[in-house]
Design a protein around this ligand. Structure first.
Ligand code: C2E
Ligand code: MG
Ligand code: MG
Length: 440
């Protein structure tokens, strides 16, 4: 009877509690927490690219991998905590009687570090990463069902942020699936209905005050919801593949604008265009770029492409070929959000890159966080040694400006100089036009 009982509540492969027992334990933890006025955290884990490993290495090895993962998860948490497997590559960890969000964040980090150690499977080293979503009782839900659902939503958010990360639940993730569908179909029509437009944010040479370039930033004016942030709709566009059409539109639109400026007699700065990893892995980015340049009769030096760090780490061989082809055609390439991905420094040397853009999260806390300061300085030095241009993003105050200048970075972008502005406003900032500060 005991054995049957055990089977009903445990996963046969890993021996971990199954979904049923996970639910029971969570209900129990919530009851205790309510009585003692304590917090509970639910961590929802999903292994990154497990399906790929499982398909390519065979299911018996996939099973072994899951068993190793289960062991590591158990060693990373306290005895009182519950590690359970929901099925497939999904796990849930319940943390009882915690003090605040620091504990689950720390455990999430610890779990990710533990899993990041290579696992030996039939003489092959496998490195597995995981995305984790976190929900907290009582802030993010009163019952087990809601907390698990919200941790799951946060996990998807972590995946969108580029995998191998964790994310806390936030209420604006609660777009219901019908709202997502609605957003998807309106996004599909956004191009033809001319709801998309670009703003431009200058990049400034701090020594001369000159505008060296400007970044094109996509905007969506939704007919009912008003302005929707690209941070929200770009991930949606990537998931649905719409990013291929949208990305092409952004390139064309940027080139069209440059041509218009030239016709008006201006000397426009080089325009940096953001490119999604999907455009590199699945689209014909080279064709798209060449077509847009040709259509508006522009030299390759009129634009620059910004590619995020994760995109390069993820598809090395394929992206290397594409990036090389772009550079062979004279297109400048910048790595965006540098310092946030899991950087293998080796790729920096192998890839045809001209520029590093230091992520604004590193800049934001340089005066409060010594680690961020050290990383920002190291990135600047790294760029110098590899003879790359370095741009600091998100410069909001003069302390940050002085910091980067002092450490050898003299190109900056940020609200201190100007927010993203319309095409007319940008061109007005060129010599002879109104002063930069007016738009900050
Ligand atoms: P990003 O490429 O890193 O762009 C910089 C973001 O930082 C912009 O946010 C900009 O408005 C913001 N920013 C600039 N200066 C400051 C500052 O001083 N302080 C703060 N707090 N923020 C600053 P935005 O426009 O919301 O864009 C967010 C992200 O959306 C971009 O990050 C980029 O990854 C993506 N994105 C925007 N346009 C496109 C596009 O055309 N294609 C693709 N694939 N992605 C795009
Ligand atoms: Mg960018
Ligand atoms: Mg950036």
């Amino acid at each position: 009877e005991e054995q049957l009982q055990h089977q009903a509540y445990h996963d046969p492969l890993t021996g971990l509690p199954n979904r049923l027992l996970c639910n029971d334990r969570l209900e129990q933890a919530l009851k205790n927490a309510a009585r003692l006025e304590q917090s509970v955290a639910v961590l929802f884990l999903d292994l990154d690219r497990f399906k790929h490993i499982n398909d390519s290495m065979g299911h018996p090895l996939g099973d072994q991998l899951l068993i190793s993962v289960a062991d590591r998860l158990n060693s990373a948490v306290r005895h009182a905590d519950t590690v359970s497997r929901l099925g497939g590559d999904e796990f849930i960890i319940i943390l009882q009687s915690i003090e605040g969000p620091q504990t689950p964040a720390m455990i999430a980090k610890k779990v990710q570090d533990a899993l990041a150690q290579p696992i030996m499977l039939s003489a092959q080293e496998i490195v597995i990463t995981t995305s984790i979503g976190i929900s907290l009782y009582p802030e993010h839900g009163e019952n087990a069902e809601t907390l698990i659902k919200n941790a799951d939503a946060a996990m998807y958010q972590a995946k969108r942020k580029g995998r191998s990360t964790y994310a806390f639940y936030t209420p604006d993730l609660t777009l219901s699936s019908s709202e997502w569908l609605d957003l998807e179909s309106t996004l599909r029509r956004a191009i033809s209905r001319e709801e998309l437009y670009l703003e431009y944010q200058p990049q400034i040479d701090l020594n001369s005050g000159e505008m060296l370039g400007a970044e094109a930033l996509l905007r969506w004016h939704h007919p009912e919801r008003g302005r929707i942030s690209p941070a929200k709709f770009i991930p949606l566009a990537e998931e649905t593949g719409l990013i291929l059409d949208i990305g092409h539109w952004v390139l064309e639109q940027s080139c069209r604008q440059i041509r218009e400026w030239l016709q008006q007699g201006y000397q426009p700065p080089r325009i940096a265009v953001n490119v999604s990893s999907i455009q590199i892995s699945r689209g014909d980015i080279l064709g798209s770029v060449l077509q847009a340049l040709k259509k508006y009769d522009l030299p390759a030096s009129s634009i620059e492409l910004e590619i995020t760090e994760n995109c390069i780490v993820e598809h090395t061989e394929q992206s290397k070929r594409v990036l090389q082809a772009l550079q062979d055609h004279g297109i400048n390439l910048a790595i965006d959000d540098f310092g946030t991905g899991y950087s293998s420094l080796a790729y920096l040397k192998q890839l045809p890159i001209n520029k590093l853009k230091i992520d604004r999260s590193l800049i934001a806390d340089i005066h409060r966080d010594r680690n961020d300061e050290a990383i920002a300085r190291a990135v600047i030095m790294l760029g110098e040694l590899l003879e790359l241009d370095i741009v600091a993003e998100g410069i909001e105050n003069s302390e940050q400006q002085h910091f980067i200048l002092k450490h050898g970075c003299h190109i900056a972008q940020g609200f201190l100089f100007s927010r993203p502005v319309s095409a007319d406003q940008l061109i007005g900032m060129l010599p002879g036009g109104p002063h930069l500060k007016e738009h900050a």
